[in-house]
Each structure stands twice: as C-alpha cells, then as structure tokens.
Design a protein around this ligand. Sequence first.
Ligand code: MN9
Length: 292
Amino acid sequence: MKKFRGIFPALVTPFDENGKIHPGAVEKLIESCLEKGASGFYVGGSTGESYLLSVEERRFMLEQVMKAVDGRADVIANIGLFSTEQGVELAKHAESLGVSAVSSVPPFYFPFTLDEYVQYYNDLADSVDIPVIIYNIPAMSGITFQTEDIRRFFSNEKIIGMKHTSYDLFQLERVLGEYPEKSIFCGHDELFLSASVLGVEAGIGSTFNFMAEKFVRIQKLISENRWQEASVIQKEANAVIEALAKVGVFKGVKAALKLQGIDCGDCRRPFAPLEKEQEKFLQEVLEQNHCL
Ligand code: MN9
C-alpha cells in the first residue's frame, strides 16, 4: 500500500484578470512550492474554490497541474461533488491523467445515511485502479464522521487514507494508532505540530501554497527530535493563520501569494476582494513572521 509523506499544498486555483483559470500562474505556483520542498499537491479542494468552478474548469485545472508537475511529485485530486455518478466521472478523468490517488468529500447538501456514504466510497474505489482518500472536513461539508464510521470506510483496502481537516485530535490519535499503514494527512495547518506528535507524517494545507518551507522545516526538526525549535516555527505559522482567519483564509492565501510575486487573482464571487486595510494588516503579519 502506498504511503504518502510530506507537505502537500492544497492548491489555490489561479485566475487571470478575466476570471479564467491562468495556466501560467499554475506553473509558477507549482515551481515555487517544489522549490520550498513540497512532496506533492492536492488539487480541487476547498482552497481551490472547487465548488465555485464548473466541472469543465475542475478538469482543466487538474490537467494544467499534471502538465506543470510533470511527474516530479504526487498529485491527489479531490473529485467530490453531489452524486456518485459525478464523482466517478471526475475520478476516471483524474485517473486517466495519472494522478497518484483520488480523494473525495462525502457528497453534500442532501443528508445521506452512513450506509449510503460507505456505499459511495466503495463505489468510487471500484470505479478506478488508484487509491482513494477520504476527505474529512465537517466544518465545510456539514458531515461529522464518528471514529466508528471511519473504521467502516477503512475496511476497504483501496481506501488508503484520510485528509483530517478537523480539530478532533482524539479521533486522529485513535485512527493513527489503529491504521499505521494508511496515509493520514493533517488538514489543519495550525495543528501540524500537534498532529505530528501523534504520529502524522503528512499534511495537506492551504497555507502551504505560500509557506510550505516552514512545515518542511518542522518535519525535519521533528525527525531530529528538535521539538522546541519546531514549535517556534509552528508559532510563526499560527500567527499568520490567525491573521488569515481574520481576513478570510482563501482570499488571504491569494493575497499572500500576490505579495510573493505569484499573482493568482482574487477568489471568485460571492467572495469579495480584500479591503485595503486588510491587505495592509496581512502584509505586516507576513513580514513579521518571515513570509515576505
Ligand atoms: O486544506 C485547509 N482547510 C480548509 C486544508 O480549507 C477548510 C487548511 O489548510 C485550512 O485552511 C487552514 C486554516 O484553518 O488550516
């Protein structure tokens, strides 16, 4: 079973001045993340504004990423949408492009039963020859899985891991201990060090778009048992994340990238652009914490 390790930016979707996906900016962003030590990429997640894109655009974005990465790193594609049929279609497309795994939020909007979610993930796993990763993100999907539920998903061997974007560290600890062979990704960057204490070896995050090097460094320091030094870096990252949360995380990530010279445009409406004072505030915090 493949086990993923390292830092995986949950890529933003770069837009040009007309609001269209910008392939040049995709390339630039990927080069910058690879230089900072990223091990792979997560495409089509919340940070990528995926549910503000058409299905055609989601395919197009993934195609651009695969071209730019060109086999130099793992790519995981989130294909979740409303129905099994749509998920399977996007999963097959992702597989045809050569991604390392597909991931999926549970189908949302309609409340399904747990049996239906289990069936969904099993259908997805049956539809492709690549591994499947659960996307556990209760705050956005509105669906909270119990640890028991995760055990049911994980009884399928093709379901090789989970992106845990939840503050439930108890659940994370239980799952990590029970499934050492599975790839459990920390999905909240601000918890990365805490999740690492529990044994997490990989992270998927929006802030890795512009500060991957901090988390690469944290992992390196941990491997050398230098926890105190790792916590200093996590503290810096968390000061930045707190500022991002104040202005809106995805908009803030795009603003930070712009300040680093990688213009990915603004987030799509109904997200509103950052106000001037918010930009100024963010810039100050980024400077104070060695991101610029
Ligand atoms: O991809 C991201 N989660 C969401 C993971 O998009 C909801 C995280 O990186 C968070 O944006 C970050 C701030 O809470 O940890």
